[in-house]
Design a binder for this molecule. Structure first.
Ligand code: ADP
Length: 397
């Protein structure tokens, strides 16, 4: 044995990968015979002759194997495995064997595939195997087979796929539920609101001060519930009614949003300024909802005695655009920088600032649907800066 052969032998024995040698003399002889018979499409031939594949698998001999193979196949001795291929591979793996023979017929030196094998104790294992044709010697046509046990990895992948599918299902159901619930609640609520108002108008003279107060509370409650339901509907529609993402000029989106917000800007005595904005792959309706929420909040959460000033800007960063909406309002304490995005999370009572606590949850859902991220930087008493990172459009700069 020369040095190279010696090293080969050492590697063969010690590597923690199952390696074995098979003698493919019968396969090559059969391929030659079939070729003489005029067979050219070996793939079709083997597919139509499973009995022949089985017969060859029973004749191909495993001639040598390394230590790790015993472990993988739960064998105590080499003799339990040495012998015909058909003893370790079930019929379900014969198509893989057939594909290997086709590769050999096409003169390929190497072929990799996934297959199932059975240990001597009967356990089914999933393996990734690579077949390598070696040099012919002494009438034998040796091939080297390496096998990696991927049973656990495959089981894990299956499990992950299952869990993801279940999550997607339950997410869809929840969205559907929120949609149906809020949609169906609208009608009875409209009745409550309109009849209470009617009561107040028609019986104005007969009702005393206290009754009017009660009616006001009822109308106010119904109005709040309407806001909540509307916002919940918007939230559930982000996923279900989103439009495909196409290049959208955020400049134009902001133009429209500022027209819609004009009244509120004037009422608050504030101003909204802006820098240049890019075009991104987006759903235009959702982008305008996003600006409405963020700029609306910037105007709403203003400091006593300070006119609100909101600034919208954008800067490129790597493969993303970072869009920022900055205000000079009350700011948000550090500990709440993450949870302002949680559904129904509000840091102030209704007495101080109106709202449902859904706006930022909707905004976050929109951003995530666009493959982006949202976060806030803020100092209490100075203002907040909401940032949105969106992937740069592939079709526009
Ligand atoms: P809403 O505005 O209806 O209360 P949001 O989901 O938009 O609900 O916001 C959640 C909470 O985050 C708000 O109640 C407020 O406490 C805080 N917040 C949001 N935007 C700002 C802002 N620009 N400045 C200060 N606080 C903010």
């Amino acid at each position: 044995m020369d040095v190279v052969e010696h090293h080969y032998e050492e590697i063969f024995q010690l590597t923690p990968v199952s390696l074995w040698e098979e003698d493919w003399a019968v396969v090559y002889a059969e391929l030659d015979r079939l070729r003489d018979e005029g067979v050219t499409d070996f793939r079709a031939h083997f597919a139509g002759n499973p009995a022949q594949v089985f017969e060859l698998a029973s004749r191909v001999q495993i001639t040598d194997m390394n230590e790790y193979t015993l472990e993988l196949f739960e064998a105590e001795s080499r003799e339990q495995i040495l012998g015909a291929l058909a003893t370790v591979f079930d019929a379900e793996s014969f198509p893989v064997f057939a594909a290997q023979m086709v590769a050999a017929a096409e003169g390929k030196q190497q072929v990799s595939s996934e297959a199932y094998a059975r240990t001597v104790k009967g356990k089914r294992i999933h393996v990734l195997m690579t077949l390598r044709m070696l040099e012919r010697r002494e009438g034998r046509v040796p091939v080297l087979l390496s096998m990696l046990d991927i049973t656990e990895r495959k089981a894990m992948e299956d499990k992950i796929r299952e869990v993801v599918a279940a999550l997607e299902r339950s997410n869809k159901e929840l969205e559907q539920f929120a949609y149906v619930a809020s949609h169906d609640l609208q009608e009875p609520l409209r009745m409550v609101a309109s009849y209470t108002q009617l009561l107040a108008q028609r019986y104005r003279e007969q009702l005393d001060e206290r009754a009017h107060k009660y009616i006001d509370y009822a109308v106010d409650g119904a109005k709040r519930m309407q806001d909540l339901i509307n916002d919940l509907l918007h939230l559930s529609r982000v996923g279900t009614e989103g439009k495909p993402l196409v290049p959208v000029a955020l400049e134009a989106v902001l133009d429209q949003v500022l027209v819609d917000l004009h009244g509120r800007v004037v009422d608050t005595g504030g101003e909204v300024s802006r820098g240049p904005l890019p075009t991104v792959d987006a759903d235009a309706v959702q982008m305008s909802q996003l600006f409405l929420n963020l700029i609306g909040n910037g105007l709403k959460f203003r400091r006593e005695g300070v006119a609100p000033a909101v600034h919208v800007s954008a800067r490129p960063e790597g493969n993303e655009w970072v869009i920022s909406v900055r205000d000079n309002g009350i700011g948000i304490e550090q500990q709440h920088h993450d949870d302002v995005f949680v559904l129904f999370r509000r840091l102030h009572g209704r007495g101080e600032y109106s709202g449902t606590g859904i706006g930022l949850a909707i905004t976050k859902k929109i951003v995530e649907r666009h493959g982006g991220r949202i976060w806030v930087e803020s100092t209490v008493g100075e203002g907040s800066n909401f940032h949105i990172a969106l992937p740069r459009s592939r079709s526009t700069p």
